[in-house]
Write a protein of this length. Structure first.
Length: 87
């Protein structure tokens, strides 16, 4: 599962939860709005934590890919230059 699908799933879950909370809220007006704000802040913090964890997981993989590609490109250039010298 790619990271954009995970993020969209999390955001969708937060939105659905907030909507259900409003629809089934036993409190009225100001209390409900305060609860929504508190839940939104909590959800934002949770989302930030999960995104940070995702980045910690993905970043080393990305760096490895970049390093490997750089090595392959350098090796390809070296072989290309070697082949040019033969002809």
């Amino acid at each position: 599962m790619n990271s954009s699908k995970i993020v969209l799933g999390i955001i969708g879950g937060v939105a659905a939860g907030a909507l259900m909370g409003v629809l089934f809220a036993p409190d009225k007006g100001l209390k409900t709005r305060k609860k929504i704000v508190a839940k939104a802040k909590s959800s934002k913090d949770t989302l930030k934590d999960k995104l940070d964890l995702l980045l910690q997981t993905v970043n080393p993989i990305y760096e490895n890919i970049i390093q490997t590609n750089g090595t392959l490109i350098s090796e390809g250039e070296r072989k290309s230059d070697s082949g040019k010298k033969r002809f």
